[in-house]
Design a protein around this ligand. Structure first.
Ligand SMILES: [Zn+2]
Length: 121
């Protein structure tokens, strides 16, 4: 596990253009932190999404993590600051409001797609 993290760190550092699907797989974590932010992490990549206003009622939306259609009241709209940006570039994504049950459904490849934006933007 620590070895995997090391390999992934080396790739991130020296070969940042490597598509994440070619990286040795790490453990994808998806949870809410103590401040209620939605955290996606596969070391050394990490995104912390700040939950914005709940989306206004209307058409159902697609959760970017588990790819299920959610009623608007079951979803949140969130934004993460892209790390190497200067603080003005944000990534916006839609998630289930219930992160724990979404995490049980979400496939790692979809979480990786979101995380890939850290290095591919
Ligand atoms: Zn979901």
């Amino acid at each position: 596990m620590a070895e995997d993290c090391g390999e992934r760190s080396i790739i991130a550092r020296y070969f940042p253009g490597t598509p994440p699907e070619l990286w040795p797989a790490g453990e994808v974590l998806y949870f809410r932190d103590e401040l209620g932010r939605i955290v996606l992490r596969e070391a050394p990549l990490e995104l912390r999404f700040e939950v914005l206003e709940r989306v206004p009622s209307g058409k159902p939306v697609l959760c970017d993590a588990c790819k299920r259609q959610r009623a608007r009241h079951e979803a949140v709209f969130a934004r993460a600051e892209l790390p190497q940006a200067d603080g003005r570039h944000y990534l916006y994504r839609t998630f289930c409001a219930d992160t724990a049950s979404c995490a049980e459904r979400a496939e790692p490849r979809h979480l990786r797609e979101i995380l890939a934006r850290v290095i591919l933007h």
